[in-house]
Design a protein around this ligand. Structure first.
Ligand code: NAD
Length: 291
């Protein structure tokens, strides 16, 4: 079994980005600038935004945080987004999700300029992604592709099961892996909460990409020998032996599946660290497109 070390690979990607930034500085080119829009005081969202800002500092990017109270109205937030769209100093920005229930997420994401949409969620970029046209890919699927490529895993003609159909992970990764691209050409099946016979689908698959968020859902007896598991799920479970009182686990029951898989991404330390690295890669791309 080979553990795909997402932490190590993400550091390689961040180091490459850092080298590009140094190269840009030497050539008097603009330093990439990523901004984050954060609404409300949701704990995990603040943690995610802080990690993104920390990663910006690590690679030499500029970063900004636009923080708004949870009482902000949808039209006020749209106004703020339009200001960021025309701020020439900012190359790319993200709107940290989830937004408060009173705000329509779709309306907000549609306002982000497609040229600055480094999350790849704007319908124009999402459509380009689906058509196989070069664009900003959503960061988590992009991170999965980067892991697959850097580990030389060839998906051509492999039976690949994507579990989960969310717009940020399951749907895009299923589209990308079926495309006629160097990282793709897999035979993709998408399973979701209404799918029957999930165990059978898993047993028939060479590669399982799981993005459901149910702790340790995939057990060893659900997979075939020699398969690959890309575990996107992140769940907190109680753990009295840890100081925090909890631990982070993925969708796969690591202990039982590790006896059968050829490759697996651990949780934590697999897909998670790649997501931020790919967001920064998209920001570098957005900045370079303005050169
Ligand atoms: P989501 O929460 O929006 O949706 C979950 C998906 O799982 C749905 O499509 C649903 O149909 C499917 N599902 C639920 N129960 C199922 C079942 N019993 N059988 C089959 N399918 C089932 O999904 P999301 O936002 O993509 O998040 C999924 C998980 O991935 C979460 O744990 C989330 O924290 C994690 N995540 C990790 C990263 C990362 O960077 N590693 C990024 C995004 C999300």
């Amino acid at each position: 079994m080979k553990i795909i070390d997402g932490k190590k690979i993400s550091i390689e990607v961040l180091d490459e980005i850092k080298a590009s930034v140094s190269h840009r500085v030497e050539n008097n080119l603009k330093i990439p600038h990523l901004a984050a829009v954060l609404v409300g005081d949701d704990g995990p969202s603040q943690t995610y935004v802080n990690s993104k800002i920390k990663a910006c500092n690590r690679v030499g990017f500029q970063s900004s945080l636009f923080k708004f109270d949870k009482s902000i109205l949808e039209n006020e937030l749209i106004n703020e987004i339009q200001k960021i769209n025309i701020n020439n100093n900012i190359d790319g920005f993200i709107v940290q999700l989830p937004l408060p229930n009173e705000i329509n997420q779709e309306n907000i994401l549609n306002e982000v300029s497609p040229y600055k949409d480094v999350d790849g969620f704007h319908p124009i970029n999402y459509g380009k992604m689906a058509l196989g046209i070069d664009t900003f890919l959503p960061a988590t699927p992009a991170g999965i592709i980067e892991l697959i490529q850097r580990c030389n895993i060839d998906l051509k003609s492999k039976k690949c099961l994507v579990i989960g159909r969310s717009q940020i992970v399951g749907r895009p990764i299923s589209i990308l892996l079926s495309q006629n691209k160097i990282f793709g050409n897999a035979t993709v099946t998408v399973a979701h909460s209404k799918s029957d016979n999930l165990k059978q689908l898993c047993l028939e698959s060479d590669v399982i990409i799981s993005a459901i968020g149910i702790p340790e859902f995939i057990k060893g007896d659900m997979i075939k020998l020699g398969s690959t598991i890309i575990d996107v799920g992140i769940s907190r479970v109680d753990d009295n032996s840890s100081e925090k009182g909890y631990k982070i686990v993925g969708d796969a029951d690591f202990k039982s599946v590790s006896e059968k898989v050829d490759y697996i991404t651990p949780v934590p330390g697999g897909v998670g660290p790649m997501t931020i690295a790919m967001l920064l890669k998209n920001t570098l791309k957005a900045c370079s497109l303005n050169d």
